[in-house]
Design a protein around this ligand. Structure first.
Ligand code: PBG
Length: 337
């Protein structure tokens, strides 16, 4: 009989004893959430005169380059180790192939360079590597004219080119989020042959076709043409073993870290992935997860900051080493540097 379980007929108060004071609870805590675990997602839009708040994500804005730099400096000052950038084009610059993403003078390069110039190596800069923000049809890649579906192989070539642009601008980590087969291998090969062997890859490895990305699509100004969805390339929420297959492939292709997304609805997947691989595991607490907490808190139905802390701690407890969350700044203020 394990000694920590009550022995029948011999009631023990061992578990309660260790919960008596805050200091005791601190001493025996099995999960420690720190500012070092957190990464803040940030949006930066081309052609804005002033930051534009995102209605469905209270506290989150589309930034101008200068407000982005200011925000990144503030977050670095709070001790956050990293940010993930989502550059957005002017609406009129969207096209079928998302070419504005690759424009050497475009928002991708200018935003990453500005952030890197401001904070150097004090902060890890991740670049989301995808095309949906830049395509006029809103899908994550190039469409096959015959089928109307995303053309996997043509798309991963574009991701590879985009990754090289992001790395040249100074991104420390490239984070492909399009769920195309072979995207990690294609990006790794392109980075290496462009002379960026030290640029790391964080694979959105197990990314589910989730309804929780709703507010992100407002933040990133993405509408999928014809009311379509991403079920043809993102994972089916009913599948767990498939996530392990996705992760194994990405690690074999050279991913330095892997991600599960969303976070709370997939804690079982986070735990299994953590048990399976040795690379760092990230989880993305996504826009819908954040918005639900904010909305309920605004109505006075829950204690928002307490729920945020509980949720992000749970993601870490499940096994995530890194949590991407719109709460990163707020939590850093509570947790300290
Ligand atoms: C794709 C991308 C998405 C998110 C991150 N990268 C949206 C999608 O797949 O539709 C969602 C993040 C969130 O909801 O917070 N570029």
């Amino acid at each position: 009989m394990p000694s920590s379980l009550p022995v029948p007929g011999f009631p023990t108060r061992r578990l309660r004893r260790l919960r008596r004071t805050p200091a005791l609870r601190r001493l025996v805590a099995q999960t420690r959430l720190t500012t070092d675990d957190l990464v803040a997602p940030l949006f930066v839009a081309d052609g804005l005169d002033a930051p534009r708040p995102v209605g469905s994500l209270p506290g989150v804005s589309q930034h101008t380059i200068s407000s982005l730099v200011e925000e990144v400096r503030r977050l670095a000052g709070l001790g956050l180790p990293g940010v993930i950038l989502f550059p957005l084009p002017r609406p009129e610059d969207k096209d079928a192939t998302g070419s504005a993403a690759l424009d050497p003078d475009g928002i991708t390069r200018r935003a990453i360079e500005a952030v890197k110039n401001a904070v150097g190596d004090d902060l890890v800069v991740m670049a989301d590597c995808c095309l949906d923000e830049f395509t006029d049809h809103g899908h994550c890649g190039i469409l096959d004219p015959r089928t109307g579906d995303v053309d996997n192989d043509a798309t991963i070539e574009r991701y590879a080119d985009l990754a090289v642009v992001q790395a040249a601008a100074g991104a420390d980590i490239i984070a492909p989020s399009g769920m195309m087969d072979g995207q990690v291998g294609a990006i790794r090969a392109a980075l290496d042959s462009a002379g960026n062997p030290t640029t790391a890859v964080l694979a959105y490895a197990a990314k589910y076709a989730s309804a929780l990305y709703g507010p992100f699509r407002e933040a990133a100004d993405v509408t999928i043409v014809g009311g379509g969805d991403r079920k043809g390339y993102q994972q089916d929420p009913r599948n767990r073993r498939e996530a392990l297959a996705e992760v194994a492939l990405d690690v074999a292709e050279g991913a330095d870290m892997v991600m599960v997304k969303p976070a709370l609805t997939y804690l079982d997947v986070v735990a299994e992935v953590r048990a399976m691989v040795d690379v760092p595991v990230a989880a993305y607490h996504v826009s819908g997860e954040y918005a639900m907490v904010k909305a309920a808190a605004e109505r006075g139905w829950i204690d928002g900051p307490a729920v945020a802390l509980e949720q992000i701690t749970a993601v870490k407890r499940a096994g995530a080493d890194i949590v991407l969350t719109y709460f990163a700044g707020e939590l850093a203020e509570v947790l300290g540097a």
